[in-house]
Design a protein around this ligand. Structure first.
Ligand code: GCU
Length: 677
């Protein structure tokens, strides 16, 4: 339940004595809400880690000093707080002072102080000596957001860890303790924004912006505010009709505009620092401006205008595509959709509209190219959307540590703006100097005791926050941090869990959909194999396998033209079979089973090999996990063991179905003569 905020007692007696000497007191030089949370966390952490309850004092001696730059006391004149000047609002320093035996945690804002405390607690549990802190830190991305896909009946869309911690039976939960603990977890890794309801806004949730629920939303916002997190709501685009008694939701209609303006005023009366709206419009049967012959600039600008007087923003999702495609129609390509809809609107959005773009052009598959929209809209604010919840990556039954995937996305060079333009430089706002930018992700938590169903899936939530705070951190560093904070300082545990996490994405890819083709999952719930599950459906997600070959031709020359949406030289790289990377070959090309990959294997042999290997690797995961038995508590041991057993049967199912399917289609036998049915 505490996940990475375990705060285990330090076992090394010498280290503990020293910490006790330095941490006797907490000196508070700021009384704001977030600094109070910081103090509370520090007391909790030190009591548990060091075994002493620090006193609140007004002297800097033998104290952990919590202060913002402005409120720093005169005695602290020697502290180099001016170093903070170059940092953003949320930056902080941590500096030890040998003379007074104190440590200064100084933020540019109260939330900066809070972040400093979490960093301090994290560091003293690992290798940092108390007397030699010399840290200067700041988040690299501005908006660092969590999207809850929680419904008010308590269910969570694509949730794999129990019910909502926010709602039950179409009401807010009365007890917000769990929400507070979630706020602590999020703040500890630097998350500063949250939308608290599903992007699919149904009947009851449409009323979240009415007097019926706004007092409750305000209470939740109070909890998050104390941890530096702004609250947002997903809204129903048809609200003016459904709750406003208007005949239309047309964004250019004067009455509609006036309705949203009044609505914004009402919301801000309850929550003065409300973040704004998240909007899924004209997407998967949700209402939107298309119904009125308007485009997405018209649609979002109208809402933005209503929020502008209050500094609110509109986060408008780009997940817009035809979800009623005829599978016989070979011209329409879902991958093209976001770019085709939005690129042409560049320059037409108001200053407080931010487009939210999924990392890939399809939908959070185990392997996809990076969305070509990144970098393509020079005059438009963008946030990237990841999915921490593992809809297509094992649903928190199968292990899949996603940080390496996210890192690949952030590091990808789009070649926008004539050269070196990584995705991370676009979404941190630096490339085009955007007013708003950042990252959002769909959460993976629920009311399960361990938050995430699979205990090791906590590493994804932790890793998401850490990575977007600092995209230069490596997947390895993040895994190491998480393991040590979660399971304590035990080499053997670390040596086991670490490789498990780091190999898990590639293992999952091995036994599921090959070479970037995606899907092949059971329709609707999306767990487990079903090769043709979506092949003759309306969703635009096809593999086109026949007896000769497989893959989607997305080239400009002979296919859907999708490859041409990239900047050069990426467009060229994907266009040609020779230069297209193996792992995406079937995303961009339709090739014969006998096509030889750069690895030297044929496509069909690659499919057989990876699927056999994937299952063997899951067996290894199990034997590796057995090494931690007895070294961690039984509850967490059993939870993971149980999940690994489920993963093994899932992997076998995938292996045998995929191999059998392609053997039967192609008639080509496995070179190694292993069992295929
Ligand atoms: C996926 C997912 C849906 C979700 C949608 C979205 O398609 O399966 O449950 O609503 O993405 O991101 O809006």
């Amino acid at each position: 339940y505490k996940s990475w905020l375990q705060y285990d007692a330090i076992k090394d007696v010498k280290k503990q004595d020293k910490l006790a000497e330095w941490c006797q007191n907490i000196a508070l030089y700021d009384q704001s809400l977030q600094v109070k949370s910081a103090k509370e966390e520090l007391v909790r952490g030190l009591t548990s880690i060091v075994g002493i309850k620090p006193q609140i004092s007004n002297s800097v001696n033998h104290a952990i000093v919590l202060s913002t730059r402005e409120t720093l006391p005169k005695e602290a004149i020697h502290i180099e707080a001016q170093r903070l000047e170059d940092l953003n609002d949320e930056g902080f320093i941590i500096e030890s002072d040998l003379q007074t035996k104190s440590v200064y945690l100084v933020g540019n804002s109260p939330t900066g102080v809070l972040y400093a405390v979490f960093r301090f607690l994290r560091d003293i549990q690992r290798d940092q000596e108390i007397h030699s802190f010399n840290v200067i830190d700041r988040p690299r991305n501005q908006i660092r957001m969590m999207n809850q896909w929680d419904n008010m009946d308590g269910s969570i869309e694509r949730g794999y860890a129990g019910q909502s911690i926010f709602y039950k039976d179409n009401e807010f939960r009365k007890d917000l303790e769990r929400v507070k603990d979630y706020a602590r977890l999020l703040a500890s890794v630097g998350i500063n924004a949250i939308s608290i309801n599903n992007v699919n806004v149904f009947e009851v949730e449409t009323h979240l912006i009415t007097k019926r629920f706004l007092p409750d939303v305000a209470e939740v916002a109070d909890v998050f505010r104390a941890y530096g997190i702004k609250t947002f709501l997903s809204i129903n685009y048809a609200s003016p009709i459904q709750i406003g008694n208007l005949a239309t939701a047309d964004p250019l209609d004067e009455q509609v505009k006036a309705w949203w303006k009044a609505k914004a005023q009402e919301i801000y009366d309850f929550i003065p620092d409300f973040g704004g709206f998240v909007v899924k419009a004209d997407s998967e049967h949700r209402p939107g401006p298309f119904s009125y012959g308007r485009d997405h600039a018209d649609g979002s600008n109208m809402l933005a205008e209503a929020l502008e007087p209050f500094n609110g923003i509109v986060i408008w999702r780009c997940f817009v595509y035809n979800c009623l495609q005829d599978w016989r129609d070979r011209k329409t390509d879902r991958a093209r959709a976001a770019y085709d809809h939005f690129k042409k609107l560049d320059g037409q959005f108001r200053e407080n509209v931010v487009l939210q773009i999924k990392n890939g052009p399809m939908d959070f598959q185990v392997r996809e190219p990076v969305s070509p929209l990144f970098g393509a809209m020079e005059q438009t604010n963008q946030v990237l959307e990841f999915q921490v919840t593992q809809e297509y990556t094992g649903q928190q039954k199968d292990l899949c540590y996603l940080v390496p995937l996210w890192k690949e996305v952030l590091d990808f060079n789009t070649f926008a703006n004539g050269g070196n333009a990584s995705v991370k430089s676009i979404i941190d706002g630096s490339l085009y100097d955007n007013k708003y930018s950042g990252i959002a992700a769909v959460s993976n938590i629920g009311d399960d005791e361990n938050w995430t169903g699979h205990t090791l899936a906590q590493a994804n939530l932790y890793g998401y926050g850490r990575l977007i705070w600092d995209p230069e951190l490596s997947s390895e560093q993040i895994a190491d941090e998480w393991i040590r904070l979660t399971f304590g300082e035990d080499r053997q545990v670390n040596d086991s869990v670490y490789p498990m996490l780091l190999h898990s994405w590639s293992i999952y890819e091995n036994y599921t959909a090959p070479l970037g083709i995606g899907w092949m999952v059971n329709p609707n719930h999306h767990y487990g194999p079903n090769i043709d599950g979506y092949e003759y459906s309306v969703w635009g997600t096809y593999h086109f396998a026949d007896w000769q070959g497989i893959g989607v031709d997305r080239t400009v020359k002979s296919g859907t033209g999708y490859a041409g949406q990239y900047f050069s030289p990426n467009a060229k790289m994907y266009e040609s079979i020779e230069s297209c990377p193996d792992e995406l070959i079937l995303f961009f090309h339709h090739v014969p089973y006998t096509h030889r990959l750069k690895s030297g294997e044929t496509v069909i042999q690659h499919i057989y090999n990876t699927h056999f290997k994937g299952v063997e690797q899951v067996e290894e995961l199990i034997s590796t996990w057995e090494k931690v038995k007895g070294r961690i508590d039984g509850e967490r041991y059993h939870n993971v063991r149980e999940r690994l057993d489920m993963q093994l049967s899932n992997a076998k199912e995938w292996r045998d179905m995929v191999n059998t399917y392609f053997y039967r289609k192609s008639g080509i036998t496995d070179e190694k003569k292993r069992t295929i049915y």
